[in-house]
Write a protein that binds this ligand. Structure first.
Ligand code: NAD
Length: 519
């Protein structure tokens, strides 16, 4: 039943009225519980990256539509924030079941807009689903604190209360997981939420919104607007919005952090990455090479936790030819084909950027070990494919090392010692994720202790934390104080009220005013 309802909803949210004279379906806005066609005159094309075909047109919402969406959030907040915490928990218990029931449908939509393989798209939904499941433990997560008898007859307790209207601005690379990092935690804490999905992958967020409605979310608790910079500026400036969650590039994230903070909002901003995999010569070779290749080229390298840089330490240098052979064996048909390992990039511009950065490495003296730039995928000649690419002899001053490539490209550096490797990682401007491959506990401990990076894996190539922990980030990869999901997510979406009460027995009534500071 749930699947049918979502399939039905797909008709009303996507393929309803056509845009202008075009036969391409339009993406709707989700305002006050209704999927509505935008009145805008500005539309953006959403392409299937495997075929270059335009699959949807997404509107740049008008000022009136954006105002209507925030007003809807503000109205809904009045009652939603007063809803019992058990009712909010029940909503998310129903929601997690609906997502589970429709995982394949969501994955299909992701593959058609984002390009990642179907199996990987299911992983995208699954990692978001885990956050929804965690949100169901809100009754424990939101517990306050109490301290009785701080003085005679006096007790103090704290409540966690919602903030009001919160907003989220999402990237293209995880169309399910990243919106699900945001609105479930915000809503379950009693806030309402305005979401701006990536304009390049809007459909999955719309399906998630429909399922939330089917699970029983009242109108206005989640609103969705689409657009680009002016939509982002609107979110940063509107006084009713109290907090912004952002995930995406540094260019956008620094800007949103600065503009939102200047307007008095809480902002958490997860940004770019250059994740290093440090390979020690004592590592389990078979596991390490497979893990490194999987983490470098999975999702075509378009994960913020992709291991895009390898540092081979000491004798591990000699493993390079085998690493290249394993990468060469990966399959790159379209993401919806069985056996696909590496799908296309998100856009023709992304392909151009990746190829330019690879070429810059070659021009600056790096060695091309595997070149996927000219790959042709049979039947998908117009897709934005780049095959697995490996560049060796890379040094930290090269552009292919200093810039985030965000494609299926592994740059390989070499180091004599663990200390040298740690130095390289800590001098890089980003600090999102890293992994060390070793069988030596002391080496692993030294690395995890000394490296200045948010997520560290020991023989774990993509250490994205489960939602009872928080997704962090150091240095250039994060701006803000409080991270996404886990305890920190609850802190981000709540404020504390501290209540101190005194209940005296009648015979202890004050005889005169107390004019000194209470101690
Ligand atoms: P992006 O910054 O281009 O877009 C993210 C969002 O910001 C979109 O909704 C977009 O409309 C908006 N935006 C884009 N440019 C803007 C600008 N100049 N001003 C204001 N708003 C703007 O990011 P993307 O290409 O969609 O995603 C890839 C990036 O996201 C990579 O850098 C990747 O490392 C990063 N990322 C980080 C994490 C993390 O948790 N650290 C997770 C996923 C992705």
């Amino acid at each position: 039943t749930a699947l049918r309802s979502v399939l039905k909803s797909k008709v009303s949210i996507g393929v309803g009225r056509m845009c202008y004279s075009s036969s391409v379906p339009t993406t709707k806005l989700f305002i006050d519980g209704k999927f509505i066609e935008s009145n805008t005159s500005e539309w953006l094309d959403v392409h299937n990256p495997a075929t270059n075909e335009v699959v949807y047109r997404v509107p740049k919402a008008t000022q009136e539509e954006m105002l209507a969406a925030v007003d809807s959030c503000s109205r809904a907040y009045r009652s939603w924030s007063e809803t019992s915490i058990l009712a909010r928990q029940q909503l998310f218990l129903r929601y997690q079941q609906l997502i589970k029931d429709n995982i394949k449908e969501l994955a299909k939509s992701i593959t058609s807009e984002q390009g990642k393989t179907l199996a990987d798209a299911e992983g995208d939904v699954f990692r978001g689903l885990q956050v929804v499941e965690h949100a169901c433990s809100v009754t424990s997560l939101m517990l306050g604190e109490t301290l009785p008898s701080i003085t005679k007859d006096m007790d103090t307790h704290t409540y966690r209360l919602p903030l009001g209207v919160c907003a989220g601005i999402a990237p293209f690379n995880f169309p399910a997981m990243i919106p699900l990092w945001m609105f479930p935690m915000a809503l379950v804490c009693g806030n309402t939420f305005l979401l701006k999905p990536s304009e390049r992958v809007p459909t999955c967020a719309m399906l998630l919104a429909k399922m939330l409605q089917d699970a029983g979310a009242p109108d206005g608790t989640l609103n969705i607007i689409h657009g680009q910079h002016s939509t982002v500026d609107f979110i940063c400036d509107h006084p009713a919005i109290k907090a912004i969650s952002f995930v995406g590039s540094n260019q956008a994230g620094e800007y949103i952090y600065e503009r939102g903070s200047r307007n008095g909002k809480r902002v958490q901003s997860n940004m770019g990455a250059k994740n290093h995999g440090v390979v020690m010569p004592d590592a389990n070779k078979e596991n390490t090479l497979n893990q490194l290749v999987g983490a470098a080229f999975g999702a075509a390298g378009q994960r913020c936790m992709a291991l895009s840089t390898a540092i081979l330490v000491g004798e591990a240098r000699s493993w390079l030819p085998e690493l290249v052979e394993r990468a060469r064996a990966l399959q790159t048909p379209s993401g919806d084909q069985p056996g696909a390992d590496v799908g296309p990039l998100i856009s023709v511009q992304a392909k151009e950027r990746v190829c330019r950065l690879v070429q810059s490495g070659v021009d600056q003296g790096a060695k091309m070990l595997l070149d996927g730039r000219d790959i042709k995928v049979k039947g998908y000649e117009n897709g934005y494919f780049v095959g697995p690419t490996i560049i060796g002899n890379v040094t930290p001053d090269m552009t292919c090392y200093t810039e985030e490539i965000f494609g299926p490209v592994l740059v390989v550096l070499e180091a004599d010692t663990l200390d040298d490797a740690i130095g390289i990682v800590n001098r890089n401007p980003y600090g999102n994720g890293t992994a060390i491959f070793t069988t030596n506990g002391a080496t692993a401990r030294k690395y995890t202790h000394e490296v200045d990076v948010g997520q560290v894996g020991v023989n774990v190539p993509i250490p994205v934390p489960l939602p009872m922990f928080s997704f962090t980030g150091s240095r250039g990869s994060f701006r803000g104080d409080t991270n996404f999901y886990g305890k920190q997510g609850v802190q981000f979406y709540t404020q504390i009220k501290t209540v101190t009460s005194q209940w005296k027995a009648e015979d202890a009534t004050l005889k005169s005013p107390a004019v000194t500071m209470p101690t």
